[in-house]
Design a binder for this molecule. Sequence first.
Ligand code: DOR
Ligand code: ZN
Ligand code: ZN
Length: 451
Amino acid sequence: MKHLKRSKSDNTSDLPSLLIRDAQIWTKNDTTRGSILVEHGKIRRIARSITERADEEILARRLIVLPGLIDGHVHLRDMKLSYKEDFTTGTAAAAAGGFTSVIDMPNSLPPTDSAERLRERAERASGKILVNVGFHSAALNDYDEVRGMKTAGAFSMKLYLPSPIAPLDIDDDKVVVQVLNAAKQASLLLTVHAEDMTKLPRTEKITTFAELVRLRRGNAETSAVRRILRLQRPIGCRVHFCHVSLPSSLSAISDRASSRLSSEITPHHILLDENHVKTLRWKAWMVPPLRPGKDRQNLFRAMKMGIPTIMATDHAPHTVKEKAQPPRESSPGIPGLETALPLMLTMVNKGKLSLGRLVSLLATNPAKIFDLRSKGRLENGADGDLVLVDLKKRGMVDPARFFSKAHYSPFEGWKTQGVVHTTIVNGLVVYREGEIVGKPGGGKILKSGRR
Ligand code: DOR
Ligand code: ZN
Ligand code: ZN
């Protein structure tokens, strides 16, 4: 028997309906003119013209509607790191950047290294978030604990090779194999920050950020990627390589042509190179670091060809005080949620990237990799997560106006064409023309494998 009555926890029936009228709508591989009706938080109908009325209407004649973007790699901080960013400021930045769902990395304080910690973090986030938020957990080698994190809804376990979040002797292949086996048994994705610190010189004296960046050489990344690939092959668990910064690492992954492997690029690694570090110093310091110009160009080319699976921002806010330090003491990481889409739309306007590629990198493919089945596409029955963009409008990157607590960016002053006009999460307008209009708590906690 079908239950027709809604359960008490399902409050979507109270949501106002929304009609987006006369827009250019992205459907599969092109835009078509039409209207979208969103009811009870879901896309109810897409048609050339919809005559019925809705509680709220948006006349979108000059706008393109894309599926809400999904960022699989953000550091939202909060808890003991709230001074860097908190769930509200981080998700406000997401909404302003056109991201309707984000997945948080586990190197928080306390770290997300057990099922209980994951539940606590989700609990803490639930009343504060403006967009949907899921969580990655730390990599562990104990199957029972890994299964527990999977049950708690973790989207992956993150293996952070430079310094593991939960103590693990990651230089020992046997330990990494245990992690891979646990991931396989628990059917949990393994996400990897691939950099082999043993490949880097330790003793060199460093006085500038440019030297620091050059010292963190590329073979540390590519050899770590090769090592994980070698260990993954006989086990066959799903592995996702975060922020791949070099063509050689990307080819190592794509050469295997395995559906169990995926890769991620960031806007900064395809748009900036190590020369930018000379002038921008700490504003352009992140790990993996910016690379030589030739590598950047080839990474961009690979992106155009569709070789990397997804794009993520690696939004990693710190205070200016933590960043404006001598190179060795400076915290790596930059905010990225508010710049990614305007920068990529600018590439579309310049003819350097197709809108279709942009949508697959930032919406369709992240939905696939992270198994968010009702997201990443504009179709009847899909979630009411949408972003309305004005592809013609010009802007400029101005970190002083970020919703993030991190008011700096290596892209400061860059001229852009293509802005986020309106961001809609679960059928509700959260961001509109420069303003957050949603309420904290309007975003949902996402749990892997649950819909
Ligand atoms: O630049 C980075 N910042 N890379 C990382 O892997 C960590 C991140 C952070 O949490 O600040
Ligand atoms: Zn990382
Ligand atoms: Zn990261």
